[in-house]
Design a protein around this ligand. Structure first.
Ligand code: FES
Length: 84
């Protein structure tokens, strides 16, 4: 699946990546993170378009339209707004 981040493109493959955060790191992006477990909210970013599923139920507070990359996997091509 295609991930567009701030206009740049990355790929997500469920065979290679367990989470969206992992896919971004492996492809040279520098996403924020801390707990990697859905608790802290550090990996929060805006989902501009597309759909995701969570691998575990996130605990951290997020605003509508935001996702936690550490426990998300895309279920369609997605576009993210990542603060750098
Ligand atoms: S890194 Fe802590 S919620 Fe994602």
């Amino acid at each position: 699946m295609k991930i567009t981040i701030n206009g740049k493109v990355a790929k997500f493959s469920s065979e290679q990546h367990k989470t969206l955060l992992e896919a971004l790191e492996q492809q040279g992006f520098d996403p924020h993170y801390h707990c990697r477990d859905g608790f802290c909210g550090a990996c929060r970013c805006k989902l501009v378009s597309g759909n995701i599923d969570y691998t575990l139920e996130p605990i951290a507070f997020i605003h509508p339209g935001e996702i936690l990359t550490c426990c998300a996997i895309p279920t369609s091509d997605i576009e993210l707004d990542l603060e750098q």
